[in-house]
Write a protein that binds this ligand. Structure first.
Ligand SMILES: Cc1ncc(COP(=O)(O)O)c(C=O)c1O
Ligand SMILES: [Zn+2]
Length: 427
């Protein structure tokens, strides 16, 4: 059955055939619109369950298992996949005790091929580039998108150009982008400057832009929610808590839940809580003060470099997602982020700083009486512990300005004697 898919402006509703465009003539963002009425005839829980454990490409991917809802237009030959997704869900006594929530679970998107959730959106995004015959792909990045794009471009034998803020991204991520073979451009400025430059350059130089302004990125990131709810046997949790920077995930989660409800894949819509860092909180300010426009921040500041963003491009889509899910936006301090990270890390699960914002947010929402301790909560862990080793080590060595490590686990230097070992381990 041929499916109709269009791109539609989120502001004026103007419709476009899918092509290398990201904004409407009115300058607002575009989104992919699926024909849910028609899709009802083909997709079902049963169909997606039948593909679980499949070894057949592309359905063994946790993104492409949901192909009809992610990118129905690409052919199997055009798909570039590693494969991604199929990430695990964890629970731990330490995290329960730390947050005070009885049923708190962590879905670890750091288990994706390049160590972050970005692979879920880059795969359909770069497959679309392939379908359109584009040869060069580009993005601006706080690090993880550049790592993912570099890898997928090389797999697809395309050229990638990544724009990163000079000296402001974690070394693990920069090393990935370099190693996977991207042309890395370090822009003098912050992420928002890099974002603005890549948008101008892509248009002028014919590069296919793969930031989350690209609607196919959002389509891929919806699969975090599809997969999560499938793992729960199609019974959604009460809350889904997600770190929020450029707001691609928040937007994708709202869209995924809305589509799942329309397709009768779920009976209820869980609430989304988007968590920002206090020093990079334009979305929180907008939501809290019920503003209808975003007031961007010139100099965002947070140790969680992945969410150090002052002018999030997807804020309008994200606001709609918060409204459709009866959700909310919260902010947490760097101290709260790093302490929550230490708890996630010492539970053996591990994450990068931005990811821990979700767990810090869960704790805060319980303390504020917004979340009930009996509700089921899923925190999204967005990136792998090894992405940003500097912040981990500096926390444990008390080297972070303004942060007191409550859960420090400092290495001990010893003489090479048994006595010294005994003394150090207290046996
Ligand atoms: C690890 C990590 N967490 C969270 C985010 C923020 O996600 P979003 O831009 O979708 O809000 C990013 C984005 O770079 C990230 O790399
Ligand atoms: Zn428009």
């Amino acid at each position: 059955m041929k499916q109709t898919v269009i791109l539609r402006c989120i502001d004026c509703g103007k419709e476009y055939e899918p092509s290398a465009i990201y904004r409407c003539s009115c300058n607002a963002l575009l989104e992919v619109v699926l024909d849910t009425e028609k899709l009802k005839e083909t997709v079902s829980r049963k169909l997606f369950d039948s593909r679980l454990w499949s070894r057949r490409e592309p359905y063994h991917s946790g993104v492409w298992r949901f192909k009809e809802l992610v990118h129905p237009l690409v052919s199997d030959e055009q798909i570039i996949s590693r494969p991604e997704g199929n990430t695990n869900i964890y629970k731990h006594k330490k995290i329960r005790e730390y947050t005070g929530i009885k049923d708190i679970l962590l879905k670890h998107e750091g288990e994706n091929p390049t160590g972050s959730f970005k692979d879920r959106g880059i795969s359909p995004g770069i497959s679309e580039a392939n379908r359109l015959g584009m040869k060069v792909v580009a993005c601006a990045s706080t690090g993880n998108t550049s790592a993912s794009l570099a890898a997928y471009a090389s797999i697809g034998s395309m050229k990638s150009v990544v724009f990163v803020p000079e000296g402001k991204i974690a070394m693990g991520k920069l090393s990935q982008a370099i190693a996977y073979g991207a042309r890395v451009l370090e822009v003098n400025g912050n992420f928002d400057d890099a974002m603005s430059l890549v948008q101008k350059s892509s248009n002028e130089l014919g590069m296919y832009l793969l930031n989350s302004i690209n609607p196919w990125r959002i389509e891929g990131q919806k699969s975090i929610i599809f997969e999560l709810i499938q793992q729960f046997d199609w019974k959604p949790p009460d809350w889904i808590i997600v770190p929020a920077g450029n707001l691609g995930n928040t937007s994708a989660f709202g869209k995924a839940l809305d589509e799942m409800k329309k397709l009768d894949l779920i009976e209820k819509i869980p609430r989304i809580a988007a968590i920002q860092a206090e020093g990079a909180n334009p979305f929180y300010e907008t939501w809290k003060n019920k503003r209808s426009e975003l007031k961007s921040l010139k100099n965002p500041e947070t140790i969680a470099s992945a969410i150090k963003i002052g002018n999030p491009v997807s804020w309008k889509k994200a606001l709609r997602a918060i409204k459709t899910t009866n959700g909310l936006v919260e902010q947490v301090s760097d101290q709260e982020i790093m302490d929550a990270k230490a708890i996630v890390d010492s539970s053996g699960i591990g994450c990068e700083p931005a990811s821990a914002a979700s767990v810090a947010g869960a704790k805060k929402l319980l303390e504020d009486g917004i979340i009930d301790r009996d509700e089921q909560i899923v925190c999204i862990i967005t990136g792998n512990l090894l992405k940003d080793t500097d912040s981990t080590i500096n926390y444990h060595l008390s080297n972070l300005k303004g942060i007191k490590p409550k859960y420090s686990n400092k290495p001990i230097v010893i003489e090479s004697t048994i006595e010294a070992v005994k003394e150090a381990i207290g046996l």
